[in-house]
Design a protein around this ligand. Structure first.
Ligand code: UDP
Ligand code: GLC
Ligand code: MN
Length: 332
């Protein structure tokens, strides 16, 4: 057990907040494994201090960046080139087996049984289920694998510009070779999937063990009022469909992480730009984010065509709420 660990990554203070909440959620569910955080040089000293308080090990690593703007643009996520940094997890060779978890994941119950699985075990990606999602995966640290992965990155790049593309190309037989390497979806339930298949979520959602706030808008981008324990957000955002997980994240953040920040650094702003700790003193934690503008209006004929081509605008006009409203108005 001492040679097994949960590993995450944060290259900046925002993702560090995610890592803090993730670490607390793993501890809250009594994991018997070690906790390791990989951080980049941009993470501020106060944030490092809090991470050291939660994690058994905090390692500073070089930030690797794919610099692959073309592929990243396809995903509409120019920020994800740095996810190549994730590959450093293979260098943790003082562990025999690890589970990597994105900093935007949250554990809802004990998941130590993941260590029964072998490299490379992961859950299907909600957007392309023949690929695995690299937000949660079981791996065996090895310098040899690390070198091979880096070589793959330099020679072939990554089809999505981030780690998930290169990992899927490298572990290319994941989809077909061994079903035991397919983690059940409940170990990496992405907020996107909740939205795109709501009936399945209603049927199976209560079994979820790990929620993944996949996508542009992260829990730390919302506003939270600790007094009323409520979260305010963007109506365009799919994860608003299920606020319970967001509230869980914010509850851990405000009750277990913020006190640690205060303990180490009084009421100093946690990082430049956003004085979140200060804001919490005033009752409301406010963080501003820019969200993409709403899609341009289209005619109902165009909309119908899009529907027929399977291109419903699930995030906007054809959102579940809107469909429900329409149905309600028919029924009444
Ligand atoms: N990450 C990071 N800094 C960044 C972007 C990503 O540390 O600027 C790490 C972090 O652990 C994050 C993971 O890489 O959870 C993958 O990125 P993200 O979760 O944003 O991708 P998504 O799951 O939304 O596709
Ligand atoms: C995905 C994964 C994330 C990964 C990113 C870049 O959407 O959720 O973990 O870092 O793609 O490849
Ligand atoms: Mn993620």
């Amino acid at each position: 057990m001492a040679d097994q660990a949960f590993v995450t990554l944060a290259t900046n203070d925002n993702y560090a907040k995610g890592a803090m909440v993730l670490g607390k959620s793993l501890q809250g569910h009594n994991t018997s494994r070690k906790l390791v955080a990989l951080i980049g040089p941009q993470v501020s000293e106060p944030a490092r201090e809090v991470l050291r308080n939660i994690y058994d090990e905090v390692h500073l690593v070089d930030v690797l960046d794919s610099g692959d703007t073309a592929h990243l643009a396809l995903m509409k996520r120019p920020d994800l080139g740095v996810t190549f940094t994730k590959l450093h997890c293979w260098t943790l060779t003082h562990y025999s087996k690890c589970v990597f978890m994105d900093a935007d994941t949250l554990v809802l119950s004990n998941v130590d049984e993941l260590f029964d699985r072998e490299e490379l075990s992961a859950a299907p990606d909600p957007g392309w289920p023949d690929c695995f999602n690299s937000g949660v995966f079981v791996f065996r640290p090895s310098n040899e694998t690390y070198e091979k992965l880096l070589q793959r990155c330099t020679e072939d790049g990554s089809f999505d510009g981030g780690d998930q593309g290169v990992l899927n190309s490298f572990f290319s037989n994941w989809a077909t070779a061994d079903i035991s390497k397919h983690l059940p979806f409940i170990y990496n339930l992405s907020s996107i999937a909740i939205y795109s298949y709501l009936p399945a979520f209603k049927q199976y959602g209560s079994e979820a063990k790990v929620v993944h706030f996949l996508g542009k808008v992260k829990p730390w981008n919302y506003s939270y009022d600790p007094k009323t324990k409520s979260v305010k957000g963007h109506s365009q955002d799919p994860s608003m469909v299920h606020q319970d997980y967001l509230l869980k994240w914010w509850d851990i953040y405000s009750t277990m992480v913020v006190p640690l920040m205060k303990e180490h650094y009084g009421s100093q702003p946690f990082h430049s730009g956003v004085s979140e700790v200060d804001d919490i003193h005033h009752g409301v934690a406010h963080v501003h984010v820019s969200v993409p503008p709403p899609p341009p209006d289209i005619s109902s004929e165009e909309r119908k065509q899009k529907w027929e081509q399977g291109q419903a605008d699930y995030m906007g006009m054809d959102s579940f709420d809107n469909i429900q409203r329409k149905l309600d108005s028919f029924l009444n």
